[in-house]
Design a protein around this ligand. Structure first.
Ligand SMILES: [Zn+2]
Length: 96
């Protein structure tokens, strides 16, 4: 892709500040199957959403941070389990 084609691509995606990690494509290749989620991964290069612009391709207008949302979801699931455990414990203590 030459400079004119690249600029046309950026214009087509309405990108003002191309992401330095993905160049504006919104996707990168991770060196393992763990991708942006981290943790244990296999030994296969895996394409997934860019973890800098989160798919927008534009660092001035990033999409939702999936890592942050995933961490919040994990935290909420943990709190739900705690509340469920408290409810179960209180039911065990109450004779019907
Ligand atoms: Zn990016």
């Amino acid at each position: 892709m030459n400079d004119l084609e690249y600029q046309a691509f950026l214009n087509w995606r309405d990108i003002e500040v191309p992401c330095p990690r993905c160049g504006g494509s919104g996707s990168i290749v991770y060196p393992s199957t763990a991708t942006w989620r981290g943790g244990v991964g296999g030994c296969m290069c895996t394409p997934d959403v860019c973890d800098l612009c989160w798919g927008s391709g534009d660092t001035s207008q990033p999409f939702a941070n999936l890592r942050k949302l995933n961490n919040e979801l994990t935290s909420l699931r943990f709190r739900i389990k705690q509340v469920e455990q408290k409810l179960n414990d209180s039911k065990k203590g109450d004779p019907e």
